[in-house]
Design a protein around this ligand. Structure first.
Ligand SMILES: [Zn+2]
Length: 136
């Protein structure tokens, strides 16, 4: 769903006052469209927020990244569909490198935990089987 963004859309984006899907959609358009980014910057510069550069806008946007705890919940599959969808758009389509790195890190960590757990289980199982195996 590509639509022309109006000033009030950009204002709402800066206020983070839009539904998650729309926030992600606008973010995606901003990354592709330098002219739109210029407009966002202009809207932002007219405000009294004191935030005037694009890099500051992006830094501020970072605040809307899901945190590590939320990514962990994502990996465990305990989030609702809307939250999952937003997070998937955020890393896959928007391509937030910060969250991609976070997610990779958590995945590696949980795989390590899984491997350790697996080998503990295997050792336990093997020792049990060793006991039960009939002697030749
Ligand atoms: Zn992010």
């Amino acid at each position: 769903m590509k639509r022309t963004l109006r000033q009030h859309d950009l204002e709402a984006y800066l206020d983070e006052a839009l539904p998650a899907e729309e926030m992600a959609e606008i973010e995606k358009q901003l990354r592709r469209d330098p002219a739109l980014l210029e407009r966002l910057s202009a809207v932002n510069a007219r405000r009294d927020s004191g935030v005037h550069t694009l890099s500051e806008i992006w830094r501020r946007r970072r605040a809307s990244c899901p945190d590590r705890r939320e990514w962990a919940a994502y990996l465990l599959g305990t989030l609702d569909a809307a939250a999952r969808r937003y997070m998937e758009i955020h890393v896959r389509e928007v391509g937030c490198r910060f969250c991609q790195a976070n997610l990779r890190d958590l995945q590696a960590q949980s795989e390590e935990d899984g491997t350790a757990e697996e080998s503990r289980r295997r050792r336990f199982f093997e020792s049990g089987v060793g006991h039960l195996r009939p002697r030749p």
